[in-house]
Write a protein that binds this ligand. Sequence first.
Ligand code: UD1
Length: 418
Amino acid sequence: MQKLLIKGKTSLKGKILISGSKNATLPILAASILAKEVNLSNIPMVKDIFTMVELLKFMGASIKISKKKNSINIKNNFKKINTLAPYKLVKTMRAGVLALGPLLTKFKKAKVSLPGGCAIGTRPVDLHLFALKKLGARIKIKDGYILANTPKGLVGTTIIFPKISVGATENALLAAFNARGKTILKNCAIEPEIMDLINFLKKLGSRIDVKGRKIIIFKNEKIIKKIKHKIIFDRIELGTYMIAAALIGKKIKITKIDTNVIKNEINVLKKMGIDIKVSKNSIEISKGKKLKKINIKTMPYPGFPTDLQAQLMVLMTQADGTSKIVENIFENRFMHVPELKRMGANIVIRNKTAFVIGPSKLTGAEVMATDLRASVSLVLAGLVADKRTIINRIYHLDRGYEKLEVKLQKCKALIKRI
Ligand code: UD1
């Protein structure tokens, strides 16, 4: 099994290029079920994307991937579609459940495996099913599968989500694509990745209006044969490298991004005393002289993202005083804490709050990755720690970070895969 070996305390210097967003690519790949031919560029070549591609192939799509160009070309033959998403493909990647909306709206039936448990919490799909039922789908759960059909097709309506969910908003948007009449979604997630999905659906002929947390989708009347779409940059990858630079950067420059999307994260780092130069499409960031404590809460966008919580916690270990993180999105997302403590961090957890008492001197250790973002927090800790850190189970990292060690090596980090 592969591991990452890190020798810490080497300053990072150089340029980092951010990949396309995994969390935008996954729903857009699901949306490709609605199209005849799609060309997607700026795709991150990571494990979850390959799993989603396998799923689309299983359903009958012809797909060509160019790893060199970071692009994917998809052609669908609507007469030969298989409306099944099997357990073996959905169990490792929850986004498989996003096939439900497009299959139902286009082919009036779908059989999709329930995604099952997940390390960071129970992660149910009740809100996805709630929205689909409101649009007229008949749904049964049998033998671990969601069986859904709508013999006469879905019908637009008003849906008020009782809780904000990224995935459920995406599934509802996808399902509303061919629904008769108008669909109004209220209390939606409005993450930049959802806006990217909306832009994709608009290219496919949809008329969609967004007003605050309200999204209005009009029935799609047009048939557009071929579309091209460039995926937005990965704001979580960007945030991760910003934190790496804040921990141990001499001067890290990150270009070809939209800094408007990450205003909140920039403010958090500035408040902690990090030296940041921000322009519209690039950012330059170095380690602060003396880091200050901060309190944050994870919230749906535009709030602070749960996907950056573990990484920010590492930065907090280097700040003066007690910082506080309230994790509001997932119930079990502090699994990196025992491993960070083994490296010397002083962290106390009370229910959904973590108190990080800093500054702590981190020392390298052999640690175990537990989920995608937890693993990258251990990489960050390894970069700032004394001595050598070995990270096991890095397949979690490969699900979402493209060429992580290569990007860090280019900035002089002593990191290698063994
Ligand atoms: C997406 C992201 C993930 C991110 C999360 C929150 C993708 C592929 N993944 O996950 O990286 O951490 O948003 O920003 O884009 N919930 C329910 N019932 C449901 C659905 C969700 O109770 O039917 C709960 C979840 O358990 C969680 C909260 O709602 O507590 C938010 O989850 P959600 O926004 O749906 O996350 P995902 O779409 O799974």
